[in-house]
Write a protein that binds this ligand. Sequence first.
Ligand code: COA
Length: 329
Amino acid sequence: MGKGYKVSITGVGSFLPKKVLTNDDLSKMLDTTDEWITKRTGIKERRIVENGVAASDLAVDASLRALEDANVLPSEVDLIVTSTITPDCLFPSTSCYIQEKIGARNAGAFDLLAACAGFVYALSVAKGFVASGAMKTVLVVGAECMSKITDYTDRSTCILFGDGAGAVVVQQGNGRREIITTSLGSDGSQAELLMLPAGGSKLPASRETVESRSHYIKLRGKEVFKQAIINMVDVVTKAAAENNIRVEDVDMIIPHQSNIRIIEAAMEKLKLPKERAYVNINRYGNTSSASIPIAIDEIEKEKLLKPGDTAILVAFGGGLTWGSAVIKW
Ligand code: COA
């Protein structure tokens, strides 16, 4: 099968809410310490939205920045694909709110759910549409208000998550940041390791679901932790092999930011220096599908990669789901 047009990320933007929630703040809310959180996760602080702010609000700022960076008008966008597990509401899609707020009057809009791997999934969808010639300009968004589904009485999960958004513009290849390949995977047999049980058709909202705190993230941390390391190593190894690249020649791994110990253990198994993984989990925690586009934006701002460098995006999350993308910078 032909691969079609080359596809590039032509613009990138991100947005983080101003309000900071530090480990010390958390230690005043429940039985934990800055030392424990730092040592076990690498997180020092995370950003949290104010009341009344929804995922689409963060997404709009990130999207406008990405469009400006790509020199694209909102009216030129053909499709908006948003990855989120914290949509403004169950329906309509968060993408529709973004479409209206940025004035993308010629765009189709839908959301996609692949939890923390969602941005890589959305990027893969965008690549497919652009590579086939079906669309010229796709806006890919990862936007999360994780604080709205985090149980701040559960010390083993509430320390992990933060809010934020990132967006990229995907268009035909311009010789920069070319998306060479993407790969996706899933294992629904392990769905219960990481989920939000209530509020869907299986367990609709009721007094009981509220009383049992079933509208918050439930995480079996230890099991997810082990799976995440094994998976990250496997996915990066396969992505490199598929492209005839030696793992040691990859210039940067841009991982989903879930836990510094997951990232460092995977880098060790890949026999790569840990500095070759981009890390900002210390500042933002786990922002689910926003983590990778936020990282790409920071990498661009700090000019950490040069044209021709090879980067691999790699993400793993609830579902279970995982994915990678090989980008020639
Ligand atoms: N502060 C202090 N102690 C804490 C704590 C906290 N915030 N959270 C848990 N503990 C305690 C536990 O109660 C337990 O105590 P015990 O030994 O007396 O029972 C001890 O610390 C160890 O808990 P455990 O859950 O085994 O710790 P861990 O090393 O596995 O770390 C996570 C917990 C959640 C940080 C870790 O498992 C993790 O990051 N998992 C991956 C989660 C993730 O990223 N999910 C999203 C993927 S996209």
